[in-house]
Write a protein of this length. Structure first.
Length: 216
């Protein structure tokens, strides 16, 4: 497992030039991670491919854990931006199932990168306020699932259901990435988890946003 050094607080880009450099680093890390996996990626290689000084790379990402947790966050941000609203008449069960099975297929296309991101996300440090890159990624994904389900005003129970489904999804992905099950087994597991957790919500009035907009 990569080190999760907490000596330095990662810097955040503020100017347009810094944001471009930051994005370039993440793209380079994703390409190298897809080709080599987490353990074989070297920070020097990321710096060289992205055209930044090694000190600049470490200023934004004090370790490979920080770096690939940030890559995962960027991937979930892209998923969030590129996911259209479900077609009219689509229920929450079908909509969330389609979201997670579709995202799984994309991850399975680059298994080394997917495993690198998930390992880093699991090992990402928590800051003094209980937050951090992994927490932000988890919250972003939960919000996307709730929105996809048509839950416009989620309750605490809705968020707990979303977190449970998210954890089930992560676990199913890991079994495939460690070659303990097949992608088809994981897709079947995702459908089952969605039915078990969301079917009661699908039968509840208002979950499609026409009334209460909640999943309980």
């Amino acid at each position: 497992m990569p080190r999760t050094s907490g000596e330095r607080t990662p810097a955040h880009p503020t100017s347009a030039k810094q944001r471009q450099r930051h994005a370039r680093i993440l793209r380079s890390a994703a390409r190298l991670g897809a080709a080599h996996g987490l353990d074989r990626v070297q920070m020097q290689d990321v710096a060289r491919e992205s055209g930044v000084a090694i000190a600049t790379l470490y200023r934004y990402f004090p370790s490979k854990t920080h770096l690939f947790a940030a890559v995962m966050h960027a991937q979930v941000l892209r998923l969030d931006a590129e996911t259209p609203p479900p077609p009219p008449g689509t229920g929450p069960l079908e909509a969330v199932t389609d979201l997670l099975t579709g995202a799984s297929r994309q991850l399975f296309e680059q298994p080394l990168l997917a495993l690198a991101m998930m390992r880093a996300n699991n090992a990402a440090p928590v800051d003094d306020n209980g937050g951090g890159p992994a927490r932000r990624t988890d919250e972003l994904l939960a919000d996307l699932m709730l929105r996809t389900a048509g839950v416009s005003h989620p309750t605490e129970r809705d968020r707990r259901v979303a977190r449970l489904l998210q954890q089930a999804w992560y676990g199913l992905l890991v079994t495939v990435l460690y070659e303990r099950s097949s992608p088809q087994d994981a897709q079947d597991g995702i459908r089952l988890a969605c039915r078990l957790l969301l079917a009661p919500a699908a039968r509840s009035p208002g979950v499609d946003g026409t009334s209460r907009g909640r999943a309980d």
